[in-house]
Design a protein. Structure first.
Length: 626
């Protein structure tokens, strides 16, 4: 949620700010704005409600600004509606003497008391946001530090100390980008719980809330950590800790090509990412399968085989789509590795106090690595002394940095809000984890080799499933008018049903529910009618006959049926109204292959209904607030 960009250097800042904000649109937002600062210390602020295109029009309507320093923001309304006044950047200072502009990601929990106190001291507020409180607070502490200087030069250290004093009063989370009138040649940044990434260029520096805006501009980045404050100039970068002095910063290589964040010939990022899944899956498994040892290989778990043999229970915690992959993981690990597994919503786990013994191991599953609830749940388990792992797609993200170890997906950037390739890559990573833990325990060499052979075929099977795209588009046209769907599956494909229903809800705004197929008779069957299609996920398997019985119950009540079935299943065509065929594979790999037609079905229905597929209403890619 919300996005920050900043630039200082030899380019026109406004150009980078607009391009950077466009690349952050996937995070979800309803207003946007930029602030640039000229060499003669003039702040130029432009804001708009709606999409970045509206902001670009507002900027174009003003005289050109060639300033080489500026900050930008996309806001998703939390405190206050989506209005020009509530949009960022916000000015800080007393009326008529506003000395700085800030952009802020995160939530300030004690903003109401701070706002009341600042009002009592003469500060006037023009917005309803918690962020304007931060702007005025920094302006106030900066003025105090200037007064204490007794005529001594006002340096960057003065600004840093003022920021540190101000943020020490905040309770909550923040990622801050700040420009002062006193220093047109500098941008200040601070972070606690809300990510900030600095790009290091040749005579220029970039700032962003994630690495996407930096791709193609620089491949050298610095991840700010919690409680760190940075000063960016064109030719220098200084980082210090809130409670200490200057610290050395670690410059890393950003290994992403610019074409990975471009839409190419596809109409939407979501469709591009659906079709990228074969390659994403290959990248997830690359170098992680050892035929010699008939097992998987993970270099980042940071636990020895002896440590892992002591694990008696695994807890997966996640939100949304990642929670569904956790359910798949539960089936996988209990079936293949014979380890008890629990799957917890991170938003619930963070406030629960479940018994966790010494043999419990937590895995946080997340695409972005910044999901606030998942991060909080991981921190709570770490506080209690438990080992924590992450399954994550974003290198350098908060969860990736704070977990004791983990598995990177290497699925590549995922920009569409509705997760597709990250989901199937999560399922594949969990399959390989089940293989690895199974081989440590009871799984034989021969069974391990068979699993590896089956896993290696998955990308090709997904490519075959993608060939059904035109057929799926036809089925979508048939059912696009329906406002209620049921998604049904059993065993490994029950989580698939949940994920299919979520995809339809997310991008087409159609009500959909996922259930274990056998639960139909316990209530949901009352919803079946001629206008409520039921999507049955039923590739061949040991429970196929049971699901067929559930399907027959639906047909007996005149409910339309769309079946996801294995190639060669002629029987299903005699019963279902429409069939989408996918390649047959072993049951524990079916969730990956069967997810493909459900993603495409949701996509085509959303397009036909005129929905904004990549930026669905009210949703954000990276949910960084509770």
């Amino acid at each position: 949620m919300c996005g920050i960009v900043g630039y200082i250097g030899h380019r026109t800042a406004q150009d980078f700010l607009l391009e950077g904000l466009r690349r952050l649109e996937y995070r979800g937002y309803d207003s946007a704005g930029t602030a640039t600062i000229t060499a003669d210390a003039q702040l130029n602020i432009t804001k708009s409600v709606g999409r970045i295109a509206s902001l670009a029009q507002a900027i174009a309507a003003n005289p050109p600004c060639t300033a080489g320093a500026g900050i930008g923001h996309t806001r998703w309304a939390t405190h206050g509606a989506a209005t020009i006044d509530n949009a960022h950047p916000h000015l800080g200072g007393e009326q008529g003497d506003q000395i700085l502009a800030i952009t802020h990601n995160g939530v300030i929990e004690n903003f109401a008391e701070l706002r009341s106190s600042l009002k009592a001291r003469g500060f006037e507020f023009t917005s309803e946001t918690d962020s304007e409180v931060v702007a005025h607070l920094i302006a106030e502490t900066f003025k105090k530090h200037c007064e204490k200087s007794n005529g001594a030069p006002i340096t960057h250290a003065t600004g840093v100390n003022a920021i540190k004093e101000a943020i020490a009063q905040l309770r909550g989370t923040y990622g801050l980008a700040i420009i002062f009138k006193h220093w047109p040649e500098a941008i200040f940044a601070a972070r606690l719980g809300s990510p900030l990434v600095i790009g290091v260029g040749d005579g220029e520096h970039f700032l962003a809330s994630d690495a996407q805006p930096l791709i193609g501009y620089t491949d050298k980045i610095v991840y700010l950590a919690d409680h760190q404050v940075a000063v960016l100039e064109a030719d220098s970068l200084q980082v210090s800790h809130r409670d200490a002095g200057a610290i050395a910063h670690d410059v890393r290589v950003l290994d992403v090509e610019s074409n990975q964040v471009e839409m190419g010939d596809y109409d939407h990022y979501m469709l591009k990412e659906i079709f990228e899944q074969p390659e994403a899956l290959r990248n997830t498994m690359r170098g992680r399968l050892s035929e010699d040892d008939a097992t998987a290989v993970f270099g980042g778990l940071n636990l020895t085989p002896a440590d892992l043999l002591k694990v008696k229970r695994i807890v997966f915690t996640a939100c949304g789509t990642s929670w569904h992959s956790g359910l798949v993981g539960e089936y996988l690990l209990e079936d293949i590795a014979q380890i008890p597994v629990e799957v917890e919503y991170a938003s619930e786990l963070r406030y629960r106090n479940p018994p966790m013994d010494d043999g419990s191991l937590l895995f946080a599953i997340t695409q972005s690595g910044e999901t606030a609830d998942t991060l909080a749940a991981l921190r709570e388990m770490k506080r209690k002394g438990h080992m924590t792992m992450a399954i994550c797609n974003v290198v350098g993200s908060s969860i990736a940095q704070e977990a004791d170890g983990g598995i990177y997906l290497h699925a590549g950037p995922e920009i569409g809000v509705a997760s597709t390739k990250a989901y199937t890559s999560q399922c594949l990573a969990l399959t390989m984890l089940a293989l690895y833990l199974g081989r440590l325990r009871h799984l034989s060499y021969n069974k391990g080799r068979k699993m590896i052979n089956a896993i290696r075929q998955v990308p090709d099977l997904v490519e075959e499933a993608l060939k059904q795209n035109d057929r799926i588009a036809e089925i979508a046209a048939k059912y696009q008018h329906c406002n209620n769907f049921l998604y049904l599956g059993r065993h490994y494909n029950f989580p698939t049903a949940l994920e299919g229903a979520l995809k339809l809800k997310e991008i087409s705004y159609v009500h959909a529910e996922g259930y274990p197929a056998a639960e139909m008779k316990h209530g949901p069957i009352a919803l079946v009618d001629k206008e409520t299609p039921s999507v049955f996920v039923m590739p061949q398997g040991f429970i196929y006959e049971k699901v067929m019985s559930n399907l027959e119950e639906t047909k007996a009540r005149s409910g339309p049926v769309i079946a996801i079935a294995a190639e060669g299943d002629t029987r299903i065509a005699e019963v279902a109204d429409d069939v989408i065929y996918i390649p047959q594979t072993i049951e524990y790999l079916q969730p990956i292959v069967s997810a493909i037609p459900l993603q495409l079905l949701s996509y085509h229905i959303a397009v036909l209904r005129g929905c904004d597929v990549d930026k669905p209403r009210n949703l954000a890619k990276s949910v960084t607030v509770e």
